[in-house]
Design a protein around this ligand. Structure first.
Ligand code: GLV
Length: 334
């Protein structure tokens, strides 16, 4: 029997990352595109030394408690990790890692692209041309959008990605407001971002863009009451996590014209149902959770996840450890 450590992957990774992982460990991969069932995850946790997973896997307490004594770590291929019960992992001495940094600029590119597409109705214009609605040569009042240049952007969550969005906004000569639970003085100094309370941000911004993690305190952060504070001409952009926005309230806001449009890359349930009423609205620009999805970045994320797993299984402190308290429960061995 081989004494190589075993790693289970819930999805195939790009070749470079697979090759690196296979050079070190015995590797088994869930062969489908949909997440593996919970029963299989539990079985694998009993057998293997490490798990590499995506944000679609629900790694709850029950899954974590199924881990055998040999199991050391979970390496998530994403920056967000709200799908993993971190407290349960820490209690059991399981290391959890993520992939921050490498996706910051790519995600900010996409958030800004979605902002521009929403303001200038690009997806709607595409549907308009394809469906044969374009009948007059040039329409003075055809598919009019909102200006972006020189307008006010309100960034909720001024971490790595929020700050990268602010840099793009500065290039568009926008006024930058932000709200976060902590001040970002660097962004204030370097980008001229102004710290305001949430209410002021919602009232004064032409574009509100979300860059917070999903936490109990951010679930439905954008609700009916807060949507009512926004400008009637404002656009809401969400590339963070779907449940940060109350979709029912957003539907009302868009349908009844409390706000002008929304660009949504993330949804309360993913994949969102094709019958989701939001998809019936022309003032919604929709995409399927692809903000970090450039070819180069997805490869970097996979490699980073593999490097984290190698460090975990070599008994080291992995570079992107999320639950630092675990080091007291299970100290590194080298
Ligand atoms: C994607 O949503 C991520 O958290 O990396």
């Amino acid at each position: 029997m081989s004494d190589r450590k075993k790693v289970y992957l819930t999805r195939e990774l790009p070749q470079e990352a697979m090759d690196l992982l296979k050079s070190k460990f015995e590797v088994e991969v869930w062969p489908e595109e949909i997440p593996p069932p919970k029963s299989l995850l539990k079985e694998k946790m009993r057998e293997v030394d490490g798990l590499i997973c995506l944000l679609t896997e629900r790694i709850d307490r029950e899954v974590i408690e199924a881990a055998g004594p040999q199991f050391r770590g979970i390496s998530q291929v994403a920056v967000g990790y709200d799908n993993i019960d971190i407290k349960a992992a820490t209690e059991k001495g399981i290391y959890v890692t993520n992939t921050p940094g490498v996706l910051t600029e790519t995600t900010a590119d996409y958030a800004f692209a979605l902002l521009m597409a929403t303001a200038r109705r690009i997806a709607e214009a595409d549907r308009y041309v394809r469906s044969g609605k374009w009948k007059i040569p040039w329409g003075l009042m055809m598919l009019l959008g909102q200006d972006i240049w020189g307008k006010t952007i309100g960034i909720i969550g001024m971490g790595r990605i929020g700050t990268a969005v602010a840099r793009r906004a500065k290039g568009m000569n926008m006024k930058i407001l932000y709200y976060d639970v902590v001040r970002n003085e660097k962004a204030e100094k370097e980008l001229g971002a102004k710290y305001v309370d949430l209410e002021t941000l919602l009232k004064e911004s032409d574009f509100v863009t979300l860059h917070v993690p999903l936490l109990p305190s951010t679930r439905h952060l954008i609700n009916e009451e807060r949507l009512k504070l926004m400008k009637k001409t404002a656009c809401l952009i969400n590339t963070s996590r779907g449940p940060v926005v109350d979709e029912k309230a957003l539907y009302k806001a868009l349908k009844e014209g409390w706000i002008w449009a929304a660009g949504l890359d993330v949804w309360e349930k993913e994949p969102t149902d094709p019958d989701n009423p939001l998809l019936k609205l022309d003032n919604v620009t929709a995409s399927p959770h692809i903000a970090s999805g450039s070819i180069a970045t997805r490869t970097k994320m996979a490699l980073m996840a593999v490097e984290n797993m190698i460090a975990i299984l070599e008994g080291k402190v992995p570079p992107n450890l999320v639950n630092k308290e675990v080091l007291k429960v299970r100290p590194p061995t080298s």
